[in-house]
Design a protein around this ligand. Sequence first.
Ligand code: GTP
Ligand code: MG
Length: 327
Amino acid sequence: MSLRGLPPADIFDKALGGERRALGRLITFVERDAAEAETVAELAHERAGNAHVIGITGAPGSGKSTLTGQLVKLLGEAGKRAAVLAVDPSSPLTGGAILGDRVRMEDVASPDTFIRSMATRGHQGGLSLAVPGVVRLLDATGYDPIVIETVGVGQVEVDIAGTADTTVVVATPGMGDSVQANKAGLLELADLFVVNKADRPGAKDVRRDLDLMLDLSHVSGQDQRTGMRPEIIMTTALSGEGAPEMWDAIERHRTAITANGQLEARRVNRDIDEVRNRLMADLESRVDLMLAGQSLAGVAEVLDAVAARSLSPTAAATQLAARIKDL
Ligand SMILES: Nc1nc2c(ncn2[C@@H]2O[C@H](COP(=O)(O)OP(=O)(O)OP(=O)(O)O)[C@@H](O)[C@H]2O)c(=O)[nH]1
Ligand SMILES: [Mg+2]
């Protein structure tokens, strides 16, 4: 039956009943921030909160998708209903790769696995706003665990991966990868390190480098964030070697943060971040409207004065900021 014209609550019921097309439609509402999105968000909120959210991040080509494929294969065999969210930052580095990944992942995944790619749709904060909403939907409709794959290249992607319950950072031999991970802030983000491509020379060196860096961060008290030292697991995603150990380590992390209260704390932080991100996006679009002269009288005069150099940008911003409450 067509979903067209059905109220969002009815589509939600169908998604609860396991209709994948219905779930796909709801995700599209959330992604596009459509009129239906708020209803969908409320319905999802009532039921969400059970799924283990796992972030997998790392440099382009480090094997995140291959690893995720191995993981969902294991999860499927264990009878779990897993979901994968492949977030594509649409950078020239990875452009177009996601669909290929998806096809490969679908080859190994059980029919119960739900796989979806999300791309940035122009808007800056678009992905960081949409991802939590989509995760909540997957959670509400019974998917557990939910794996978010993002390339650790930009701040937005790193932030997205970091909002998971358990964040896995993938490193590989060659090109000083562990140093790169450190630079990109991935080291602090990791709950678990995976050294993938363990079949290649230098994998043990990467492990040793990571160990050394963790020793240093331990001294500086960095891992007080979680109270735990991240484990380092070696994998060869191509053959699947190490994938069960990786899953065991993910579960150990989840058990530990459930016991020490970190899980709950992270989720609260995540929700508050979402409120903040939404407010910032809202404010930004209001400021844009204001500067386009579409929401407040007298703005054009202020901008004209800036253009004529009779008013400094600093003074102009101060004047306009005083009127933000009227927006
Ligand atoms: N030798 C070796 N190659 C691997 C291994 N895992 C993945 N690869 C290869 O590395 C390449 C990249 O793998 P992907 O899984 O697409 O990597 P990715 O991190 O998802 O890549 P992006 O999403 O484009 O950032 C592919 O050619 C894989 O076959 C491994 O354990 N050993
Ligand atoms: Mg990939």
